[in-house]
Ligand binder design. Structure first.
Ligand code: 13P
Length: 340
């Protein structure tokens, strides 16, 4: 059976005007790092309470089209027994699932990584769909440095991303294809542009070779930024112009949307960059967000593991979602932060 029509429609809904994706798919190890910062113990209950708090935020569905979950969360029930995925669907939010098994050492390279998780993936996708997931995510991790990203690293990760994407399309999940170039380092924005463009060429070559229908996928890339430790930081305007220029060269118009990751930018910078890109506009694809940290950081801090802080945490989450919703129309401004 072909899911083509459904997948095209799901992909479009995920990048509907004014909306974007919440990435809440931190693995148990990654969420531990976030919880450590607020001195919360990394237990299954705490992870459930935290995510239940986010998902039950009143009105977040105005700005959030989909949520990427971790395996555990897709199987978890809220405190009243409702499956967390059902809480999302009842608000019109589409549940998604992270399906990769994380980065591991790439054979033949000193310090680059390849993402694992293809073995048994088809069967896992079938189960995830039966649990309510309608889209998936696979992240390749690339870095900029001496000889990096290497052709070997780009080729192997692009191949894995395309294999994953093909399986998702077969089994009825929209694949979010995520080649993330980390922005840690002293590299200039020019270097970041060059590496991003090269990486995308490898990815779209592999997708074409493996016959992945581009209308049924979403791309989740880094923005083109100056390395975080680069002494000369590009302006918001330059980031937006370069990012659009870079993606226009490589991303076919058939792709319905680009959902940027935040990648460790500040919350405000992630909103400002996205907003400026949408203000400039003129692209064949939607430019949206699939943020983890940039949507969650203030809420996580306000929550601090305490049920009595739920309302404050939800307010913080709603605010960030609203800011990024405005950024989808190029209408985010500093004033929005001040009012809040
Ligand atoms: P950040 O927005 O925190 O980079 O997370 C997005 C994500 O899902 C990375 O895979």
């Amino acid at each position: 059976m072909s899911y083509a029509k459904e997948l095209e429609s799901t992909a479009k809904s995920l990048v509907a005007p004014g909306k974007g994706i919440l990435a809440a798919d931190e693995s148990t190890g990654t969420i531990k790092k976030r919880f450590d910062k607020i001195k919360v113990e990394n237990t299954e209950d705490n992870r459930r309470n935290y995510r239940e708090m986010l998902f039950t935020t009143k009105g977040c569905e105005e700005f959030v089209s989909g949520v990427i979950l971790f395996d555990e969360t897709l199987r978890q029930k809220a405190s009243d027994g409702t499956p967390l995925a059902q809480i999302l669907t009842s608000k019109g939010i589409i549940p998604g699932i992270k399906v990769d098994k994380g980065p591991t050492k790439l054979a033949g390279s000193a310090d680059e990584q390849i993402t694992d998780g293809l073995d048994g993936l088809r069967a896992r996708l079938v189960e995830y769909r039966s649990l309510g997931a309608r889209f998936a995510k696979w992240r390749a991790v690339l870095s900029i440095g001496d000889g990096k990203p290497s052709d070997l690293c780009l080729l192997t990760n692009a191949h894995a991303l395309a294999r994953y994407a093909g399986l998702c399309v077969d089994e009825g999940l929209v694949p979010i294809v995520e080649p993330e170039i980390l922005m840690d380092g002293t590299h200039t924005i020019e270097r970041s542009h060059e590496a991003t463009e090269r990486a995308l060429h490898f990815v779209f070559d592999a997708l074409a070779q493996q016959l992945v229908p581009l209308e049924q996928i979403l791309l989740k890339p880094n923005m083109v930024l100056s390395g975080y430790e680069c002494p000369k930081q590009a302006s918001v305007r330059e980031v937006a112009e370069r990012t659009i220029r870079c993606f226009k060269r490589v991303v076919p118009a058939a792709v319905p949307g680009i959902v940027f990751l935040s990648g460790g930018q500040s919350d405000e910078a992630a909103s400002a960059h996205l907003s400026e890109m949408n203000r400039i506009g003129g692209t064949p694809w939607q430019m949206s967000f699939s943020y983890g940290r940039a949507l969650q950081a203030p809420a996580l801090k306000a929550w601090g593991g305490k049920q009595e802080n739920r309302a404050a945490a939800q307010k913080a989450f709603y605010h960030r979602a609203r800011c990024n919703g405005a950024a989808r129309y190029g209408k985010y401004s500093d004033a929005m932060e001040k009012v809040a």
